[in-house]
Design a protein around this ligand. Structure first.
Ligand SMILES: Cc1ncc(COP(=O)(O)O)c(C=O)c1O
Length: 465
């Protein structure tokens, strides 16, 4: 789907009254959720006593309560209630070979048996994995392994500030770059600025700014106002993994603008690497960042895999050790451990050998086309599109709200709630999604499985007013 059509459809959804479930259908969905998942419900009540909010992970926060796993394999999850769910959550993106991909599990298990999960001296997998990564990301001349995408983004901006001797970091409104103090700013819905979290003193965000998505002129203006920009950081597909779709030329324009101004471009490839393209957003959209950030598929779900890679002169600033000189201090007791690096090395190889990125992309294309046909059939304004193995389907379209429009500002909670209800409706059809608005595909989502999914979405659409 063309960018212009995506934007027109988003505008249409957010400026029209929200399409809701018929009240009796919604009641049925929620009643069945409670009835079909009694053990998960009990587990949730137990967890709530000891775990904040009863759930450890934002993605697991299903409405009306989270589901507890018993067995997970391939593209399936079985809950402790003995319900078998078709999995499009894929752990939020890291899984593309399917859960429990045996060749990978075997390789990593061998490493654990031989060397253990971590020991504190070096291991060959550190450079083997870095070489694998570099093979697909030639812009990464030097790679440093870390433990999460959040940490990697945090380091990327520190390196950029050290290298340029400048302070400002500009992000694109609505983008997610982990939850570090300086990047929890203007996430999810563009324009929300500091709304997402308390506990971050304003001065911490003094040198973080954002521009509206796809607005290269706004970015140009910002360069004029604040000439000391260390880095611009982008999510290549657009904010929140493409929920706010990117204008295809935008990344390249950012690269050019950065380089005209002596600013570094950071490409946050946490979701895109190996899911959108083997060479991530930079290969797909055709640009060359100075720094790239990795997570998710880079370790195929094994803890705790993330990395920062980039130009050698830039990356040399985060060399390990305690010597003096100009440096972006970097640490991590268990970072670059043999388990993580072996997982990364073999995961990247298996993804390449199995053609997983292309297969997941095929499933996602088919899914997005099928969903659009169903939405059209029921005359719903909803729509779907995919970037490789990431499928978005916009219904209430909370990400698209325009916070400069007074009539739309108050709609965030209502539209978010609908996504929760959509998530529950999907579980009712024995499908697990990302927040009722996204599907991640893997090599095991066959045409047959995808067609069944489309039929189930049809069942859901019949329940809409
Ligand atoms: C684009 C992007 N960057 C960074 C992160 C943070 O990664 P992690 O959850 O490993 O800290 C995420 C996580 O969803 C992400 O999508």
């Amino acid at each position: 789907m063309k960018y212009e059509d995506q934007i027109a459809k988003i505008k249409n959804i957010v400026s029209s009254p929200m399409r809701k479930f018929k009240p009796e259908e919604l009641k049925g969905i929620i009643e069945r959720y409670h009835k079909n998942h009694p053990k998960s419900k009990d587990a949730y009540y137990r967890a709530r006593k000891i775990i904040p909010g009863g759930v450890e992970h934002n993605l697991a926060f299903n409405f009306p309560f989270p589901l507890e796993s018993k067995k997970v394999y391939g593209c399936w999850m079985e809950t402790i209630d003995d319900v078998k769910l078709l999995d499009y959550l894929m752990c939020g993106g890291p899984i593309i070979l399917g859960h429990q991909y045996k060749p990978l599990i075997d390789k990593v298990t061998d490493v654990i048996k031989e060397i253990g999960p971590c020991h504190g001296i070096t291991n060959e997998y550190e450079y083997l994995a870095a070489e694998q990564l570099q093979k697909h990301f030639p812009s990464c001349e030097i790679v440093r392994w870390l433990q999460s995408g959040t940490e990697a983004d945090m380091l990327a901006i520190r390196i950029a500030r050290t290298f340029t001797n400048r302070k400002w970091i500009i992000k694109i409104g609505g983008s997610y770059h982990g939850w570090s103090d300086q990047l929890v700013y203007d996430m999810h819905v563009p324009g929300t600025k500091m709304l997402e979290s308390h506990g971050i003193p304003k001065p911490v965000l003094k040198f973080t700014e954002s521009v509206p998505p796809n607005d290269i002129e706004a970015l140009r203006e910002m360069f004029k106002e604040k000439r000391k920009v260390a880095a611009v950081i982008v999510e290549p597909m657009g904010g929140e993994s493409g929920a706010n779709p990117v204008r295809p030329e935008f990344n390249k324009e950012v690269e050019e603008l950065c380089h005209e101004n002596g600013t570094l471009m950071i490409s946050d490839e946490v979701v895109c690497a190996f899911r959108l393209h083997m060479g991530g957003g930079q290969a797909y959209f055709g640009y060359k960042p100075d720094i790239s950030v990795f997570g998710k598929i880079v370790g195929h779900g094994f803890p705790s895999a993330a990395a920062v890679g980039g130009r050698a002169d830039v990356m040399s600033l985060c060399a390990a050790g305690v010597s003096g000189g100009k440096r972006a201090y970097t640490g991590g007791t268990i970072a670059a451990n043999p388990l993580t690096c072996a997982a990364a090395y073999h995961a990247i190889k298996f993804v390449e050998e199995t053609n997983a990125t292309q297969k997941a992309g095929h499933a996602a294309n088919r899914l997005a086309i099928g969903l659009n046909e169903v939405f059209e059939k029921y005359e719903l304004p909803w729509f779907s599109y995919n970037y490789g193995g990431t499928v978005h389907f916009h219904t209430s379209c909370v990400f698209g709200l325009d916070l400069n429009d007074n009539t739309q500002v108050g709609q965030i909670p209502l539209r978010k709630d609908f996504m929760g209800e959509m998530g529950a409706a999907l579980v009712d059809q024995e499908i697990i999604s990302v927040a009722g608005s996204r599907f991640y595909t893997c090599i095991l989502h066959t045409d047959e499985i995808v067609d069944e999914t489309i039929q189930k979405i049809d069942n859901i659409c019949q329940k809409i007013e």
